[in-house]
Design a protein around this ligand. Structure first.
Ligand code: GRF
Length: 187
């Protein structure tokens, strides 16, 4: 698989570790649109090749598709990747692109709903719980088929940062296993 990430890549790190000695699934490439993304350092530490792409190289994915083929990529895992995946890529990887969203979709999804924006919205609504969603990617933000959701209970005193921390820790616990099951069984 290839992991696409724009930022810190703590999910990417978990996934890389999980699949390190796996029998049939491997992380073969890290793709980022940010030259200074911490995830690139993580890739280097694990000796995984990485690719930095500009927005334009994503919107016209012709060259990217060649690279993905060269690396034998069958699945793409988005882990904090902030650009919209274009039609060309979705067509080349039908039902083979997974994303993780830090809330219980369809709540708190859609354009502009990423990172702390999500957790601040949950905080502003005084929700007693939030959660995470792992879903397939289609051409609309956050609207592909849901594979897995996990509720995360919140405390009244939780700040947006606390909410982010709780949700992220649930992401770390579940994303790799959901990827494994989906890649192996399609479920
Ligand atoms: C996660 O909260 C994920 O749900 C969202 O972006 C964040 C990425 O965090 N899509 P990290 O880069 O994996 O630490």
């Amino acid at each position: 698989m290839a992991i696409f990430a724009s930022g810190g890549g703590s999910n990417a790190e978990q996934i890389i570790r999980f699949f390190k000695d796996h029998d049939s699934i491997s992380v073969d490439l890290i793709v980022s649109n940010k030259r200074d993304a911490k995830v690139l350092r993580r890739a280097e530490n694990h000796s995984i090749p990485s690719l930095i792409i500009r927005k334009k190289q994503l919107s016209d994915s012709t060259d990217l598709l060649v690279s993905l083929e060269v690396f034998g990529i069958t699945h793409i895992v988005l882990a904090g990747f902030l650009l919209l995946i274009p039609h060309q890529l979705i067509k080349a990887f039908p039902d083979r692109i997974l994303n993780i969203h830090p809330a219980l979709l369809p709540k708190y999804g859609g354009k502009g709903m990423y990172g702390m924006h999500v957790h601040k919205a949950v905080f502003d609504n005084s929700d007693s719980y939030s959660g995470m969603t792992i879903h397939l990617v289609n051409e609309e933000y956050d609207e592909g088929r849901i594979l897995f959701q996990k509720k995360v209970m919140l405390k009244a005193a939780d700040t947006p940062d606390d909410i982010a921390r709780r949700v992220l820790s649930a992401e770390h616990r579940h994303y790799s296993e959901v990827i494994e099951s989906y890649v192996l069984t399609g479920q």
